[in-house]
Design a protein around this ligand. Structure first.
Ligand code: 5GP
Length: 191
């Protein structure tokens, strides 16, 4: 009998929607799911760790990776490259574990095309105003980066109906519970 492969879960949300906070909380109590660490050319923020949050690599290394076909998908988001390594994704699912990709909307739709059985979830911020507030309070982006993130957020919100499930993050505790319940439902479903 063929080994059972792990499932692919994709989570997307505009920058500032609270996605990272929600996912950290959910992943801490969901050992059945392995977080896929992406590569990026963005500089690490204060609390970010290489190999845990991202593989922080230089632009040359990223572009070489593209040429060498190391990425299952990659995008230029804002001014930086972000990509999912093939080996990260396949190592997890081939070992029978479920993998969670936290990637942008374009990347999510790309993965869905390559793996139609993957399940996609979109986290919706309550409104643009609160999204802007969250981004500003984070104080990690320059004013021009912030503007780019807000513009992209508006565009990404328009794509939410292309996802299998949507969760609205009005209240953090509720969003964490809903995301956790949904992930358990998806990974425990037959097939
Ligand atoms: P941030 O810089 O805030 O960590 O991430 C910026 C955006 O890049 C987010 O929408 C995040 O989901 C997306 N992202 C992170 N990793 C990947 C990846 O491997 N591929 C794609 N396509 N997007 C990614």
């Amino acid at each position: 009998m063929a080994e059972r492969k792990g499932k692919i879960l994709i989570i997307s949300a505009p920058s500032g929607s609270g996605k990272t906070t929600i996912l950290k909380r959910v992943l801490a109590v969901t050992p059945e799911v392995v977080y896929s660490v992406s590569a990026t050319t963005r500089k690490p923020r204060n609390n970010e760790v290489h190999g845990r949050d991202y593989y922080f690599i230089g632009e040359d290394e990223f572009v070489d990776g593209i040429k060498e076909n190391k990425f299952i998908e990659w995008e230029k988001v804002y001014d930086y490259y972000y990509g999912t390594y093939k080996h990260v994704l396949f190592d997890v699912i081939n070992s029978g574990k479920n993998v969670l990709l936290e990637i942008d909307v374009k990347g999510a739709l790309n993965i869905k095309k390559q793996f139609p059985e993957a399940i996609s979830v979109f986290i919706i911020p309550p409104d643009i105003k609160s999204l802007e507030e969250r981004l500003r309070n984070r104080r990690t982006e320059s004013e021009s980066d912030l503007k780019k993130r807000l513009d992209l957020a508006v565009h990404e919100l328009g794509e939410k109906d292309k996802f299998d499930y949507r969760i609205i993050n009005v209240d953090l505790e509720t969003a964490v519970k809903e995301t956790h319940d949904l992930i358990l439902k998806i990974i425990n479903k037959e097939n």
